[in-house]
Design a protein around this ligand. Sequence first.
Ligand code: GDP
Length: 360
Amino acid sequence: MSSTSREWIRQPIIVVMGHVDHGKTTLLDKIRGTAVARKEPGEITQHVGASIVPASVLKKIAEPLRKYFPKLQIEIPGLLFIDTPGHELFANLRKRGGSVADMAILVVDVMEGFQPQTVEAINILKEKKVPFVVAANKIDRIEGWKPTPDAPFLETIRNQSQRTINILEEKIYRIAGELYNHGFEAERFDRVRDFRRTVAIIPISAKTGEGVSELLALMTGLVQQFMKKKLVTSSEPAKGVVLEVKEEPGLGTTIDVIIYEGVLKKNDLFIIAGKSKPVVTRVRALLMPRPLQDMRMHEGRFTQVEEVYAATGVKVSAPDLDDALAGSPFYVIPDETRLQDYLKMVSEEVSELRFKVESD
Ligand code: GDP
């Protein structure tokens, strides 16, 4: 692995955005639950700050949808979801010229339609040029709705009365109209002809699970069709972003990092932005969540690994992290003679970042 370079397609990094109480957390819980229940033995779905829906699960979910998406083959290793929804964590995913997030799910309560934070989220996604789909959530609350837990939307819709279908259609049109006011053409996902021009609206219930499989399958299809090249990474020094800075009992200050390119190894030299100046230090330990089944009272929540590959969320323990800045870029420095280049790069990026924070 160390001498020969290797290439692979990484998981796309996905964020969930939307107005408070529209169901972001419930949707992430549902997705995580699906991933855990349907994974193969030994597959790890829990990362630090993120969860993965592995390819094996995407395959199982896509199976009942084969009649609607006959050509869907799973070519990506999975989808990586940032665990904490909303604007704040999204702000920490910045990278030069955009966002570390490859795609977003904008959750809109189908009963309430657009609300102030929905608009804020759209504006952020527009500014950062992050493609998104809209999850029209809480369809189970539509008058007369007869739920079939975890069923695909296109199946459960057939069990509804014409009246209930009409109410849903009206609400979807309303959301499409709001999107139009913000510069986007939008349609219910099964009526979209060109996904490059039209935002897909997927009716779901995060509570009953209806439509969630289509949401995941659709995102997989979109990513594979439109951003596969962007997802190619190789066994090069890691690039990432500091999602959060956290005090951990027994470890001191640690950073939770989303790695979007390359490989990160124990003892790697890396640079991040600090509150006053860049911090250059070495990885002391790479920590991943301990799988629930072998959690021992005295062993703590984390387990050590020697290396991690993009895309992943990992906790990094290292000396001198007290001044670490959330939202900072994270770069492994391949050899010490290049330290000056990296110091310059991080200083530049961070002055942009500070300017951004002040003008927000
Ligand atoms: P967040 O603030 O966007 O993360 O919203 P939450 O996930 O905390 O959800 C807010 C409330 O809406 C909670 O009481 C959820 O149980 C409820 N909720 C979320 N999704 C659904 C859904 O699909 N159907 C129904 N009936 N309730 C939902």
